[in-house]
Design a protein around this ligand. Structure first.
Ligand code: NAD
Length: 302
């Protein structure tokens, strides 16, 4: 398949490009490198030989390349919840307008499938655990609000010629995740603090829980959705691990000094119900965040 990955130079994107190249797909990346990194993408390109083409393209402002494509995986977006509260217009443009341009272009370029990255943030302070796709939605930030609007927009593109699905990612972790670029995730922050022998900083009391899903599992889910028999039964699927940990548990697993810092306005709990996707597709998450952290610590210390 010829697959376009928007945001393919980002954290999730460059892993996905690698997965797609390994599966012998032809991959075109559209990215403006605002938070993505060209160098790590070029490394994937080396492995995939000539099957990767990189387009320097801003999905909000640039002219799109002329291509015939089979599928699009839409990951490009600004991703900071806190920045979206300060600059909602950037998020309306970057998520809603950018997605609209991508979906129009994918449709006119012959795509038969569009898979878009949404977020568990659309559930906000969910009142039931685990969170299924039917749980009441409560987007607490412009970031989450526009992701939800993006899902609704995408569902309008669904037709007998074009299958469209949004995947609601929970807290993704894995190799190559940085502490810069907007999304403040506990896993890379804790690892950076550990490797610099600094105290591990926990926001609030650390009793908040999160569902951490490994980036390799996320990529497997995307590839499974791209390759399965369609149409799928649902326009949205949760992509999580189906397990959760307290932020405090992650910090303790690293050992050393812990510092508690001011809490953020964030959901107290998160835990995905992934039965919809696991029942429908041959996909199951395989990597546990605490075990993965153990391996990372071993590598740092060796
Ligand atoms: N990382 C997570 O835990 C998580 C959780 C839920 C949802 N998501 C979603 O997954 C997607 C990828 O997230 P990520 O963690 O890899 O983020 P990232 O910031 O590493 O990647 C985003 C990529 O999109 C590119 N980009 C941003 N705006 C663009 C524009 N206007 N035009 C072209 N390219 C643009 C960036 O340069 C970057 O390469 C995002 O849509 C995000 O909302 C991520």
């Amino acid at each position: 398949m010829r697959v376009v990955v928007t945001g393919g130079a980002g954290f999730i994107g460059h892993h996905l490009v690698s997965h797609l190249l390994e599966a012998h797909h032809e991959v075109h990346v559209l990215d403006n490198f605002s938070t993505g990194c060209l160098d790590r993408l070029l490394v994937q390109g080396e492995k995939g030989k000539s099957n990767l083409t990189i387009h320097d393209c801003d999905i909000v402002h640039s002219k799109f390349p002329t291509l015939e494509i089979d599928a699009m995986v839409h990951l490009a977006a600004p991703i900071s919840v806190s920045e979206s509260l300060k600059d909602p217009e950037k998020y309306r443009n970057g998520i809603l307008e950018g997605s609209r341009r991508c979906f129009d272009w994918a449709k006119s370029s012959g795509a038969k499938r569009i898979v878009a990255a949404s977020t568990a943030a659309v559930y906000g302070n969910a009142n039931e655990m685990p969170i299924s796709e039917n749980t009441t939605l409560d987007p607490m930030s412009p970031y989450a609000h526009y992701k939800l609007e993006m899902e609704e927009l995408l569902s309008n593109y669904n037709s007998f010629k074009l299958d469209c699905v949004s995947l609601r990612f929970f807290n993704v972790f894995g190799e190559g995740q940085t502490t810069t670029g907007g999304y403040a995730s506990a896993v890379p922050i804790f690892l950076e603090q550990y490797s610099k022998s600094m105290p591990i900083t926990i926001t609030g009391d650390g009793q908040q829980t999160r569902d951490f899903v490994y980036v390799g599992d996320v990529c497997d889910a995307v590839v499974a959705v791209l390759s399965c028999g369609w149409p799928l039964l649902s326009p949205v699927y949760n992509i999580g691990s189906g397990k959760n940990y307290r932020i405090y548990d992650l910090a303790v697993c690293l050992g050393g000094e812990i510092q508690f810092i001011a809490r953020r306005d964030e959901p107290k709990q998160s835990l995905s119900d992934i039965s919809r996707i696991t029942n429908e597709l041959e996909w199951n998450p395989s990597c546990d965040v605490i075990q993965w952290l153990g391996r990372e610590l071993f590598n740092i210390n060796k």
